[in-house]
Design a protein around this ligand. Structure first.
Ligand code: FEO
Ligand code: CA
Ligand code: CA
Length: 676
């Protein structure tokens, strides 16, 4: 991990690479019971087994290890998928690409006006005041709430968009040490934006001066804390002696929309914003000459303080020496009511504190809401939250505090193809005072350490988790884990030095998402199936461009078909040699495990957001940090991007405008459903 680049107010590269550094001390110890041979029976593609009985396809499970199989074009046609579009090719260049027959329009870019009266983007006249009213940086999660609420309108709705972090090196001219103004512009670039959008004559636009338009930032949005950890002593600061109010939300990665139309923002890599030395605080005790602050063990488990950003230089609450509890107030799921721009967002502590990737949910048959969330770091865990109460579909207000009471559990994958959900409840064996847990608040503030004690399975960076209401199963994106050693391989994380990631499919028994035990299997092992070194696993019908590396975000369309977006980060060149993008991935029938490439991002970007309207005829995509990742490996450029000299100026391609993260709207030229 590199140190802070003094020219800028952060080291975005170090920040983005922070998932590379495992912080779980229990990773090796908890795996011994399920280590087994790589080619376990759970590695088989269930649907592809059916495919193997079809004429023209190699029969037998080992033939499904796609590194040994190349299926001729003519034979691929016998393997059916539900997708019907012409795939694009792998590659890397300065712009984006979409499948033939589709339109891709820019809906909004960093710096475009969101609130009424906001100024137009001017890279030479950026200001804090302007940025708090303009679209933030690094658009990540995109959620769509139809208007009127409760309708299935696919032509009028609210778009809820997260802003994850900032890349100062391409945002500001090189100008010496970071300034307070730069830091505060970056704080205003985190958070979220809410836009009212409408489709007229087949084209989407943002409704001007909408009463719903809203910016939520790390700088100035007051947010309530609720649930078991709210008001606890460990949540109190000098600015908030009640422990119930916090200014701002940050590093808002993926998220979710609840059935009652609220917007969930996941706080992910919160550790990077804190700096300082906890042991210099007066509360630190000194024993044998070694200082020890009461929060030291807690913070070490999350990597706080990482000091990737210098916010603490200008806002002392981000300096743990000045304000040792502030970092306990980040790492939560934030609930926002997009229909009421005056409502205060709420951090729901019952859902646990970790580096939440997202918060997708499904209403269980008994009416309770079940949310899934990955903790995105190497060797971290997969979580589930089940509400105590039931969703009331007819009285929206009755669901207002549903997320404050329920059971948070963590997954332990077994080698027999089942997984157990282990409840994180104070007083359960291990979650007791002798281990430093004195209440449920302690369990939630230190969710990771509580999960360690229960024997959860350390995973290869759990990113998006998406329940599929069409078949009751859920899909887990595991992005990569180059740190997994051979002796740490287990059936659910089946490759050492996993540069490419994999997808798991989880099956609740009889569709009961509250069940204590699920089934699971590997759906795809990503990477190039034609390179034996990857030991990739795809349906052999997957074509030259149909495979990908590093699954991150995903979405299900109106038919319940899976679409997967990738984030290879700096390692794109070694992971696939192609830019990130979006792939259709068949999960059913003879085509199960077949990928097809639909969209590609410009150099240095990752793809986030994928979000469909209810009719499946519009796809919103969030292109994050164009020009930044891995540009040393970009042929013909081969240097770091700067504001003055970026690898691309997507999407404006104006020499006076830097590259800008943007939301792209994809529609079919004939107006039909995306993907056929
Ligand atoms: Fe923000 Fe895990 O991606
Ligand atoms: Ca992500
Ligand atoms: Ca990611």
């Amino acid at each position: 991990m590199s140190s802070i680049d003094q020219r800028y107010s952060c080291s975005a590269e170090a920040h983005e690479a922070s998932d590379d550094r495992p912080l779980n001390p229990s990773a090796a110890a908890t795996l011994g019971d399920i280590i087994q041979a790589r080619f376990s029976r759970r590695d088989l593609l269930r649907g592809a087994l059916a495919a193997s009985t079809l004429g023209g396809l190699a029969a037998g499970p080992l033939a499904l290890l796609a590194d040994t199989v190349t299926v001729p074009e003519s034979e691929r046609e016998t393997t059916k998928t539900r997708f019907d579009f012409q795939e694009i090719t792998h590659g890397v260049d300065e712009t984006h690409h979409v499948a033939p027959g589709y339109r891709s329009d820019i809906l909004i870019r960093w710096g475009d006006p969101v609130l009424p009266g906001a100024p137009a983007f001017d890279p030479d006249r950026q200001s804090v005041e302007a940025q708090t009213r303009q679209f933030g940086y690094n658009n990540d999660y995109v959620g769509y709430v139809p208007l009127p609420l409760g309708s299935k309108s696919s032509e009028h709705g609210l778009l809820c968009i997260n802003h994850e972090y900032t890349n100062a090196e391409v945002m500001f001219p090189a100008s010496g040490a970071p300034t307070r103004e730069h830091v505060e512009i970056e704080m205003a670039c985190n958070g979220g934006s809410i836009l009212e959008i409408r489709k007229d004559a087949g084209r989407w636009s943002i409704v001007a001066d909408s009463r719903y338009a809203r910016r939520i930032t790390a700088l100035d949005t007051e947010i309530a804390l609720s649930g078991p950890a709210a008001g606890h002593d460990r949540m109190k600061t000098s600015a908030d002696p009640s422990g119930t109010r916090v200014i701002g939300t940050l590093n808002n990665c993926a998220g979710g929309i609840t059935p009652w139309g609220t917007y969930l923002m996941a706080e992910e890599n919160f550790h990077g914003y804190f700096s300082g030395d906890l042991n210099r605080h007066p509360d630190a005790t000194v024993a044998d000459g070694v200082a020890e602050h009461p929060e030291k063990r807690n913070y070490a488990r999350y990597g706080v303080p990482a000091g990737h950003f210098v916010w603490g230089r200008f806002h002392r609450r981000f300096d743990v020496n000045a304000e040792p509890n502030e970092a306990n107030r980040f790492g939560w799921i934030v609930e926002v009511d997009p229909l009421d721009p005056a409502s205060m967002p709420i951090k729901r502590t019952a859902l646990g504190r970790f580096k939440h990737e997202g918060a997708e949910s499904i209403v269980n048959a008994d009416g309770r809401l079940v949310l899934y969330s990955g903790d995105d770091q190497r060797f971290e865990y997969l979580y589930r939250f089940v509400t105590d109460g039931k969703v009331d579909p007819s009285h929206r207000a009755a669901n207002r505090n549903l997320l404050d009471a329920g059971t948070l559990s963590v997954a332990r994958f077994e080698a027999d193809g089942t997984l157990a959900w282990l409840p994180l409840i104070f007083g359960q064996p291990g979650l007791t005072p002798e281990n430093g847990f004195h209440s449920q608040a302690d369990v939630l503030i230190e969710t990771r350490r509580a999960a360690d004690l229960l024997g959860a399975t350390p995973m290869d960076r759990p990113e998006d988790v998406e329940p599929n209401p069409h078949n009751g199963r859920l899909y887990v994106m595991l992005t990569n884990n180059k740190e997994r050693a051979a002796e740490q391989v287990d059936s659910a994380n089946p490759r050492a030095a996993n540069l490419w990631g994999h997808l798991l499919e989880l099956t609740p028994p009889a569709g009961d998402h509250t069940a204590q035990r699920f089934g699971w299997e590997v759906l795809v092992k990503a990477g190039n199936p034609r390179d034996p070194a990857t030991a990739a696993l795809w349906n052999p019908a997957t074509g030259e461009n149909g495979w990908f590396a590093c699954p991150d975000n995903c979405a299900l369309d109106h038919q319940g078909r899976l679409w997967v977006a990738t984030d290879q980060g700096q390692a794109w060149h070694s992971a696939s040699g192609s830019a990130d993008g979006l792939w259709a991935l068949e999960t059913e029938g003879s085509g199960r495990g077949t990928g097809r490439m639909f969209f590609r991002v410009p150099v240095g970007a990752e793809l986030c957001g994928p979000c469909f309207t209810p009719d499946g005829r519009t796809l919103f995509l969030a292109v994050q940090h164009p020009a930044t990742d891995g540009t040393l490996d970009y042929p013909g450029f081969a240097r770091p991007s700067t504001f003055e000299d970026p690898a691309t100026r997507w999407p404006d391609f104006d020499p006076a405008i830097p590259p800008r993260p943007s939301v792209v709207v994809v529609t079919r030229e004939d107006g039909g459903p995306i993907g056929g």
